[in-house]
Design a binder for this molecule. Structure first.
Ligand code: FMN
Length: 174
């Protein structure tokens, strides 16, 4: 497989890739799903717009193939991307498995409301995109999940939670 050959050719490439990626500033989102195949959620920084001019606007998220959220999204065929505010790092830590949660339930203690698809939305995110799963592709360890947004929430004001240099930050205008 091409990826495995590249890693063998230059064993430093993986570490340099991670170091370089840590220098990129990303927003932090909780990707959630709920439906017949269960409720799940995971913290991601890998989220990007694809196009506003597809039949419905499209975006992508990348979720580890072993994450329960990936399996649930693939089966429920729907997910919600909750873009967090800069005062919501505690939620990010909870869904990243960085802090213990009651009975293993990452959703406990938070305020949630269902989007049209049934996927949970943080009550007060900076933005939220409720998506139907359009397509998916496994690339190495992660699924690239493409969603078609059919409902969108956007807050009037607020700043995004940013992740850069392996730490949370906030974005201030220059
Ligand atoms: C800021 C931040 C960004 C992350 N971004 C991603 C991501 O884009 N995709 C992913 O699969 N995991 C990402 N993770 C790691 C997952 O949140 C973490 O592995 C989590 O424990 C997975 O939980 P699960 O096993 O219940 O799915 C990120 C973690 C943090 C703290």
């Amino acid at each position: 497989m091409a990826v495995a050959r590249a890693m063998t050719a230059d064993p430093t490439l993986r570490d340099r890739f991670l170091d370089a990626m840590s220098a990129t500033a990303c927003t932090v989102s909780i990707v959630t799903t709920d439906g017949p195949h269960g409720r799940a959620g995971v913290t991601v920084s890998a989220m990007s717009s694809i196009s506003a001019d597809t039949h419905q606007p499209t975006l992508l998220v990348c979720v580890h193939h072993l994450s329960p959220a990936a399996g649930a999204i693939l089966k429920n065929r729907a997910f919600c991307v909750n873009v967090l505010r800069d005062d919501q790092s505690a939620v990010a830590d909870r869904f990243a498995g960085r802090v213990p949660v009651v009975d293993g339930d990452k959703f406990a203690g938070g305020a949630w409301t269902p989007m049209a698809s049934g996927s949970p939305r943080v009550v007060d995110p900076l933005a939220a995109f409720d998506c139907q799963l359009l397509s998916h592709q496994r690339v190495g360890t992660h699924f690239v999940l493409v969603g078609a947004a059919d409902d969108i929430f956007v807050a009037d004001q607020g700043a995004p939670l940013v992740y850069a240099r392996r730490a949370y930050a906030t974005a201030t205008p220059l």
